[in-house]
Design a protein around this ligand. Structure first.
Ligand SMILES: Nc1nc2c(ncn2[C@@H]2O[C@H](COP(=O)(O)OP(=O)(O)O)[C@@H](O)[C@H]2O)c(=O)[nH]1
Ligand SMILES: [Mg+2]
Length: 441
């Protein structure tokens, strides 16, 4: 194995904590253990109680050491984990001692997992699953990450790539032996059928309304309506803090104010927006433009109507949207239309029900796709490109204009899918993928 830096990092959370884990990976692990651990190199895979000293023999701490020799380790290299007392000074002293040794440095974000990827221990979607499970805050995020890190997506992409390789072989036979007795139809039809099936599968994966990405990144909900209807008050009420400025001056909210919540078991970004109205103020006008875009891009809109001064919602209202009549405390009883909700952001009336409606929307939307194939924009981009190549290949074959060109498009599609799992064209994405990790993973 080539000589490269041995890396070390704190793998556990922010100190102080009962215990911290300092992780090392690389060729120098055995040497470091020999010099700094009283027990020397611990027996593989056996937690060993030992004293940990600096190079001058000063005691740093006492704890457990766990040695996992490569290649059967996370990174594929020799790795050592030290379980020490999780105090800030123990951690600082330990890392300083380790990084003073020749050939040892602090790991970059995601570098342990990057080494695992480079050693072929996991593919890129599995590595992303590792990053996601560390970030997961909800059961849905955790389940999705776990599925991905245990190869759930790898399996799908491997199958697609294998089938496409089969299709490519058939097309190449056509290129090499044109019209060998058979009518072109006999040769082309089975290829077209296979392509049709794959195209349908890719379309199906892409037609998921972004559920996988939303489970991971959060669903978007926009509070919209005219100025002074109580949008900012409603956001603050649901967020249970004064996130947005509330005044009785119309046009107070100019930029989007977003709060992150967990509702219905899903991460939700609730956005307060500028009141929709004609305005000569350039800043407010920009706010209105942003409000309109946020409303358009949201998965769900809450249209706030001022019960004391009702006017119909501006902009499109979709079937899933929620209409609320606010300020019920001022004017009650209300003649709210069917399906609308009466609330008061001031007193809290009706807010429970509103939260239940939002929860039920996001949980149903999240459950609408059983096992999303796409969990990141990166996947969507490559998969769309792959699909486009397949559609072109199909067209070329059907029109009988060029099996060679069709073969090139199928090759292109295989490369696009390969880039998702990281088997080809990875150089440009690796940095982006691994830099999102935390240090120590
Ligand atoms: N009485 C009453 N006043 C409210 C209610 N919600 C908001 N307001 C008041 O209406 C004004 C505008 O509220 P704000 O949240 O800034 O509205 P926005 O412009 O839609 O964001 C403020 O004076 C609020 O105190 C409510 O439910 N009842
Ligand atoms: Mg406001």
């Amino acid at each position: 194995m080539s000589e490269r830096d041995t890396i070390c990092a704190l793998a556990s959370g922010q100190p102080p904590a009962a215990i911290c884990i300092i992780r090392l990976s690389g060729d120098r692990v055995w040497k470091l253990a020999g010099e700094l651990l009283e027990c020397g190199l611990p027996e593989p895979r056996r937690a060993t109680l030992t004293k940990f000293r600096d190079e001058d023999g000063n005691l740093i701490d006492e704890g457990l050491a766990l040695f996992m020799p490569g290649p059967h380790s996370y990174t594929g290299e020799d790795t050592l984990e030290l379980y020490l007392h999780g105090g800030p000074y123990v951690i600082k002293y330990s890392l300083e001692t380790l990084t003073q040794q020749p050939g040892v440095r602090l790991a970059e974000p995601g570098e342990f997992t990057r080494r695992a990827f480079e050693a072929g221990k996991l593919d890129l979607t599995e590595a992303e699953g590792v990053a996601d499970i560390i970030e997961a805050e909800t059961e849905a995020q955790k389940a999705q990450a776990l599925r991905q890190l245990t190869g759930g997506l790898t399996e799908i992409y491997d199958r697609w790539r294998a089938e496409l390789t089969g299709v490519l072989a058939l097309i190449e036979v056509m290129v090499d032996f044109p019209d060998e007795g058979d009518t072109p139809d006999d040769t082309v039809r089975p290829i077209l059928e296979k392509l049709d099936r794959l195209i349908a599968e890719l379309e199906d994966a892409l037609g998921d309304r972004g559920v996988g990405e939303k489970i991971r990144d959060g669903f978007r909900i926009a509070i919209v309506g005219p100025p002074n209807a109580g949008k900012s008050s409603l956001l603050n009420r649901i967020a249970r803090r004064e996130a947005a400025i509330v005044t009785d001056i119309a046009g107070t909210t100019r930029d989007i104010v977003e709060v992150r919540l967990v509702l219905g078991g899903q991460v939700v970004w609730l956005a307060d927006t500028a009141g929709l109205r004609e305005t000569a103020d350039v800043v407010e006008a920009e706010g209105v433009r942003r409000a309109e875009r946020a409303a358009l891009e949201a998965d769900l809109r809450i249209h706030v109507i001022d019960a004391a001064d009702p006017e119909p919602p501006k902009g499109p209202v979709e079937s899933q949207d929620i209409i609320v009549f606010n300020k019920a405390d001022l004017r009650s009883p209300l003649l709210a239309p069917d399906g609308a909700l009466t609330i008061s952001a001031a007193t809290g009336e009706g807010i429970d029900t509103l939260e239940r409606w939002i929860s039920s929307f996001v949980s149903q939307r999240a459950a609408s796709v059983e096992a999303p194939v796409i969990t990141r924009a990166r996947h969507r981009e490559k998969l769309s490109a792959g699909l486009a190549s397949l559609v072109t290949a199909r067209q070329l074959l059907e029109e009988g204009v060029g099996a060679e060109l069709a073969a090139e498009d199928v090759r292109m599609a295989i490369r696009q899918l390969g880039a998702i799992v990281g088997s080809v064209g990875v150089e440009d994405v690796l940095g982006a993928v691994f830099s999102q990790f935390c240090i120590g993973k």
